[in-house]
Design a protein around this ligand. Structure first.
Ligand code: 5GP
Length: 122
């Protein structure tokens, strides 16, 4: 899938749409989800143009991947989630219902999150 430069996170990165920023560095931007599912719900995105985790893990440089991983851990720590616990999640593609085609990690926290993915039609 080709990268769409008009996706909403690309527009946030260009400053065309505001966001509630919690972290920014050379490679990474993180901000609060507009429709939070938990008391703390953060989106962590690389500044590079990657459609999803599949794309990012294949094409991003070691520096981008390292910065992304470090930033996600640090954001959770800085928000006080490391002690109580949190969940990180990345949706890729149709089965995961990915909505925004710019790779992002969700960080959920601030309450008990239950166990894993709901059991259903396996
Ligand atoms: P996905 O299903 O692609 O993993 O999740 C996309 C997430 O982006 C959703 O949780 C949705 O609420 C969030 N989102 C969509 N548009 C915006 C926006 O304009 N600003 C912010 N902060 N979050 C957004």
């Amino acid at each position: 899938m080709a990268y769409d430069r008009n996706n909403v996170f690309a527009r946030i990165l260009r400053g065309e749409i505001p966001c509630s920023k919690v972290h920014e560095d050379e490679h990474v931007l993180a901000f609060r989800d507009i429709n939070p599912l938990t008391p703390t719900h953060i989106l962590v995105i690389p500044k590079g143009e990657y459609v999803s985790f599949d794309d990012f893990s294949e094409k991003a440089s070691d520096a981008e991947i390292g910065a992304f991983c470090r930033a996600a851990g640090r954001i959770a720590r800085d928000l006080g989630l490391a002690e109580s616990g949190y969940r990180i999640l990345a949706n890729h593609g149709r089965h995961a219902h990915q909505e925004v085609p710019h790779f992002h990690l969700h960080i959920f926290g601030g309450r008990d999150l239950g166990r894993m993915v709901p059991k259903g039609l396996e």
